[in-house]
Unconditional design. Structure first.
Length: 541
């Protein structure tokens, strides 16, 4: 087959074991037709085919973010952004500024606050949460609800609590918690996990037009990060929007869509199965929650959090329920994608998968644990034994290391344990959990390779450096590992003849630079299906 486009003089890392390296790549339509030397590949050029001189630049397969919330990221571009804000007062100043330009009575919403960064709430203060009174003094005329960076806790003011009818007498739903002042008994304004639904029910779901607009706004930043695909953990609103964009020819990312647990019965009745769809939009699995999060202190643990002898976290599903729903999904041909942070949550999910496997349900389904943030050493081999994919987010390790040390202590040696899981035979698929963290893939690769923050913290060896990966292993988890996790390794995840022409051009060879310099790497171009979605003018001009 002759090629419409040839990229030559490159440093191509294919992630294909049959031919790991090449100088040039030939593309016909939306597929790769050849990878090899300049002379080999140039011979495939069609008479009208275009040539692009890469001038020695590095090319890798396009990246896939295996766990994020893409519609939420797009909507969040218009909300109050509190990610990385270093003090409570600075966070309040940003909220007050938005209140000043918003008519009284209208909601103020946002996300990203992290009280573990604030000196006022740091380790010496026991990582104390902010309160409704903090918000009341700067936005008394607006209902305010702000989600923590992890998405597992929310911060409300008194007006919002009033509208939600949350009082000292309001019972917390199973899988949720309402924090109360130990003196007055009144709600503090902090709602955790399922208790946030008491607030969410007041909000209108975005319309189809609003959802499609938010996704369209989110795609260019994704392309700039080198993303060609995402596995998004959202519901029917985003699914409708993705379908509308695909029908209009405006969907420029490859989407793997999950089914919320509450929609599982309807999906089964409709006959949906994992893998339904095409290379542009497909069904992955059913998203299930088994526990909360580290920062909210709701991760479900085998032993209590450090300094909190009565707190082992918050289960969001009983072992019986996990076995029931994993079994039901498996019998219907739907893989289970289960959120599990704490070591006890991970064990109970593995137990549920094991029960389903022993019953002969869903043979070949690629079940996943989303996050797998802390896993007891006894359970690490079970991922490979049961065929459970570890869908993890490297940037969580470097962002969370201080609070992990404070709340998990020496158990942190088994947290974000990519090397241990990989050595035990598990397949890794990496993502960002955006908008919880930045969707910049270079930040994720840097975290996986160095276990250090951009400022070098905690030192040259990194945090529990024995869990570090090589650059090749980290990129594999963002490419071939991600493709395996969605059952698409035959058509994507590597640059090989017959596969989709999804690739990224980088400003430097991240395989050879000093690992700390990975953060300086720029994505120069992103291609999806043979089409430049970012960087065309720079590369072909």
């Amino acid at each position: 087959m002759q090629a419409d486009l040839i990229l030559y003089n490159g440093n191509i890392h294919t992630m294909d074991s049959a031919r790991p390296r090449g100088q040039a790549i030939a593309i016909a339509g939306y597929r790769v037709v050849a990878v090899g030397s300049n002379d080999e590949v140039r011979a495939r050029r069609a008479p009208t085919g275009k040539m692009v001189d890469l001038r020695g630049r590095t090319v890798v397969p396009g990246f896939t973010d295996s766990h994020l919330h893409f519609l939420s990221y797009g909507i969040g571009l218009k909300e109050i952004e509190l990610a990385g804000v270093p003090t409570l007062e600075e966070a309040l100043a940003l909220i007050a500024a938005r209140a000043a330009e918003t008519p009284a009575g209208q909601w103020l919403t946002g996300r990203g606050w992290d009280h573990t960064l604030w000196a006022e709430a740091g380790p010496q203060a026991g990582y104390a949460f902010p309160t409704r009174q903090d918000l009341d003094r700067i936005a008394p005329e607006h209902p305010v609800f702000l989600r923590r960076k992890c998405g597992h806790a929310g911060w409300a003011n008194s007006r919002a609590l009033e509208l939600a009818s949350i009082t000292s007498e309001t019972p917390a739903p199973f899988g949720g918690a309402i924090d109360h002042d130990p003196v007055t008994g009144q709600p503090t304004g902090i709602l955790k996990d399922v208790a946030m639904e008491l607030m969410f029910r007041l909000f209108r779901e975005p319309s189809l037009d609003e959802a499609t607009a938010a996704i369209k706004a989110a795609m260019p930043p994704a392309h700039r990060a080198g993303l060609v695909g995402v596995h998004t953990m959202e519901g029917t609103g985003s699914f409708r929007a993705f379908q509308a964009l695909q029908a209009a020819g405006e969907l420029k990312l490859r989407i793997t869509m999950q089914i919320p647990e509450e929609n599982l019965d309807a999906a089964i009745q409709a006959g949906l199965r994992s893998g339904f769809g095409n290379e542009s939009l497909r069904i992955g699995g059913v998203k299930i929650f088994s526990d909360g999060a580290l920062g909210a202190r709701t991760a479900y643990m085998l032993k209590p959090f450090e300094g909190e002898p009565g707190n082992c976290g918050l289960p969001m599903a009983t072992p019986e329920h996990l076995r029931e729903v994993v079994g039901k999904a498996s019998r219907a041909g739907i893989a289970a994608f289960v959120h599990a942070i704490g070591d006890r949550a991970n064990r109970e999910v593995l137990d549920a998968v094991e029960a389903s496997r022993r019953a002969g349900e869903g043979s070949g389904l690629r079940h996943r644990i989303e996050h797998a943030q802390i896993v007891d050493p006894d359970d690490m081999p079970r991922f490979a034994e049961l065929g459970v994919i570890a869908s993890m987010q490297p940037i969580h390790a470097t962002q969370d290391m201080l609070v992990a040390d404070a709340l998990w202590g020496k158990r942190s040696a088994h947290a974000y344990a990519w090397r241990s899981l990989l050595n035990a035979g598990a397949v890794l698929a990496f993502g960002s959990d955006s908008p919880v963290e930045d969707l910049n893939v270079m930040m994720g690769i840097h975290a996986a390779v160095t276990r250090r923050r951009p400022d070098g913290t905690p030192g040259t060896d990194g945090w529990y450096d024995e869990q570090r990966l090589t650059v090749d292993e980290a990129i594999y988890a963002y490419t071939a590992g991600a493709a395996y996790a969605s059952g698409e390794e035959i058509i994507k995840g590597s640059l090989a003849p017959g596969k989709l022409a999804d690739l990224v051009v980088l400003s430097q060879d991240i395989f050879t630079v000093d690992p700390m310099a990975i953060l300086e790497t720029e994505v120069l171009g992103t291609m999806v299906g043979g089409e430049w979605v970012y960087g065309q003018e720079r590369l072909m001009g």
